[in-house]
Design a protein around this ligand. Structure first.
Ligand code: URA
Length: 454
C-alpha cells in the first residue's frame, strides 16, 4: 500500500497522481493521508516508473472538475479523483459523459458543493476596519476554497489592504499581491466591534435588497452566517431606499469582462457563480456560432444533453430546431445559437435529471451574458425561442400566445421576434404538434425573409 499526501490543492494532487500512474499503482493500493499525518509517504520512498503503465489521456474537462473537486472537505476527494484518472487512462474515454456513473456522480456532487461554497463566500465575507487602511474578515468556509474564492475580492477591492482569515488558511492583499499564511481560529480573529460603523457605511453602499425577501433569506443566508453580518442595525433605513435598487443590485454585470469578444466572454462565463445553478450543473453552456452572425436564436437553457456536451441545442429540441432550419433554408453554421440561461436547471429523480424552468432571478442573473453576446455580435435579427428568452430580452409583459411571430425593435437589433420553443413542439399533444411545428417553421421563414429584406 502506498501512502500519498492529500493536500487540498490540484497541483499537489496532480503531481502525486502522475507519479502513481507512471508507477502503475492501482487506486486500491493507495492510501491518501491528510496533510500533517505521520507515517512514510511514498514521496519518501522511490517509486519506479513502470513501462507497462498506461499513458494518461486527461480531458480538459476532468482537470476543470478536479480543480474544484479536490477542494471538498470530506475525505475521499483524492482517492475519487485518482480512481477517475485511472479509469480514463485505462480506456474509459467517455467516462465523464456518463452522469449516472457513481464516481462521475460523486465528483459532480463535490464540485457542486464547492462551487456553492465559493458563491456563499463571495456573498457573506464581511470586512471590518482594524487600522487606518486595513480591513480584515474572518470567515469559515465549508470547504478548502480560500484560494479559489479570493480573486473575486481582488477584483472588487484592488486598492484596499485587506485580509481574509479562515480556520484553515489566511490570505492578505497589499494592493499588489496575495500572500497566504496559516489559519486563524475564531477566538483569535479581530473583534467585529472595532470599527463597525465604518463597515455599516460601506454596507449601505453595497446593500442587497433581495435579502429582505424571507424566502431568499432562507435560501441564501443560512442562520450560521448571521453572526457575521454586523449590519443589521442599518437595515431599516436601507429598506426605505431599497425598492428602486432591487433590479440593479441583482444584476451581476460586474463579472462580465469589459473586453468583448465571444471567446473572452465564453471563457469568463465558465467561472460564473452569479446564481445557484452553477453548483449542480455540469458546466456553463455558452452560445455557439460566428461572431458576425446576422441572426441570433435565443433558447431557454441547456437541457440534459447540452449540459453534458457543453454545446447548445444538441439534444432532442436541437433536432427539432435543425429540421425547422433546414426546412426554411437557414444554415445552422451561419447562425449564433445561445440560451437565456447558461446552466442546466434540473431536479434529480432517481438516475434521471428532470428539466426545471429557470426562475426569474436566475434569468436575471444570466442576462448580462446574453446582453454581452448580443452587443458583441450586433445581429440584424433576433428570434427568441419560447417564453424564457422573451422574458429575458423583452420583459414580463410579453405574451407569447398573443404576440408570437410579430416583429419588435430592440436595443440589440432592428428586428426581434418570439416564436415557439422547439421543445414545445415535442411537449404538446399529437393533435397540436403539427400546428406548433408549422408555426415554428413559418416564423423562422419570416426571419430568413427579414434577413434578405434588411
Ligand atoms: N433547450 C434550450 O432552450 N436550449 C438548448 O440548448 C437545448 C434545449
Amino acid at each position: 500500500m502506498q501512502r500519498a499526501d492529500a493536500t487540498p490543492d490540484l497541483d499537489a494532487w496532480r503531481g502525486t497522481a502522475r507519479v502513481l500512474l507512471a508507477a502503475n499503482v492501482a487506486p486500491a493500493d493507495v492510501s491518501w493521508a491528510a496533510p500533517g499525518s505521520t507515517g512514510v509517504l511514498f514521496a519518501d520512498v522511490a517509486l519506479v516508473a513502470d513501462p507497462a503503465a498506461p499513458r494518461a489521456h486527461v480531458p480538459a474537462r476532468f482537470v476543470e472538475l478536479a480543480a474544484d473537486g479536490v477542494l471538498h472537505r470530506e475525505p475521499g476527494a483524492h482517492a475519487l479523483l485518482y480512481r477517475l484518472l485511472w479509469r480514463l487512462a485505462h480506456g474509459e474515454h467517455e467516462l465523464l459523459a456518463d452522469a449516472v456513473d457513481p464516481d462521475v456522480r460523486a465528483l459532480a456532487l463535490r464540485v457542486g458543493a464547492v462551487r456553492r461554497d465559493v458563491h456563499k463566500m463571495h456573498a457573506f465575507v464581511r470586512f471590518h476596519a482594524v487600522d487606518d487602511d486595513q480591513y480584515v474578515a474572518w470567515y469559515a468556509p465549508d470547504h478548502h476554497i480560500l484560494a479559489r474564492g479570493v480573486e473575486h475580492f481582488v477584483a472588487r477591492f484592488p486598492a484596499m489592504r485587506w485580509a481574509i482569515l479562515t480556520p484553515d488558511r489566511s490570505v492578505a492583499w497589499d494592493g499588489a499581491a496575495l500572500v497566504f499564511s496559516p489559519g486563524v481560529p475564531r477566538h483569535a480573529a479581530p473583534s467585529p466591534d472595532e470599527l463597525e460603523d465604518l463597515w455599516r457605511t460601506y454596507y449601505a453602499s453595497t446593500y442587497n435588497p433581495a435579502r429582505t425577501n424571507p424566502k431568499l433569506m432562507r435560501q441564501h443566508m443560512p442562520a450560521r452566517f448571521w453572526p457575521q453580518l454586523p449590519e443589521s442595525s442599518a437595515i431599516p433605513e436601507l429598506l426605505a431606499r431599497a425598492a428602486p435598487r432591487v433590479e440593479a443590485m441583482l444584476d451581476p454585470a460586474a463579472s462580465v469582462p469589459a473586453a468583448r469578444s465571444l471567446p473572452v466572454l465564453a471563457a469568463a462565463a465558465r467561472g460564473c457563480t452569479a446564481c445557484d445553478l452553477c453548483g449542480p450543473a455540469t458546466q456553463t453552456v455558452f452560445g455557439e456560432g460566428p461572431e458576425g452572425a446576422a441572426l441570433v436564436l435565443v433558447g431557454e437553457q441547456p437541457g440534459d444533453q447540452e449540459d453534458l456536451a457543453g454545446r447548445p441545442f444538441v439534444g432532442p429540441a436541437g433536432q427539432v430546431l435543425d429540421a425547422a432550419l433546414r426546412a426554411v433554408g437557414l444554415p445552422r453554421e451561419r447562425i449564433y445559437l445561445t440560451n437565456a440561461v447558461k446552466h442546466f436547471r434540473f431536479e434529480p429523480r432517481g438516475k434521471k435529471r428532470i428539466h426545471q424552468r429557470p426562475t426569474a432571478s436566475q434569468i436575471r442573473a444570466c442576462k448580462p451574458w446574453v446582453a454581452a453576446e448580443l452587443e458583441t455580435i450586433r445581429p440584424r435579427v433576433i428570434v427568441c425561442l419560447g417564453a424564457t428568452a422573451a422574458l429575458s430580452l423583452i420583459g414580463s409583459r410579453f405574451r407569447i400566445s398573443a404576440e408570437r411571430g410579430r416583429w419588435v425593435t430592440t436595443h440589440w437589433a432592428d428586428a426581434l421576434m418570439v416564436t415557439h420553443h422547439p421543445a414545445a413542439v415535442l411537449r404538446v399533444d399529437e393533435v397540436d404538434r403539427p400546428r406548433y411545428e408549422a408555426e415554428l417553421r413559418a416564423d423562422l421563414a419570416l426571419a430568413a425573409a427579414k434577413l434578405d429584406g434588411l
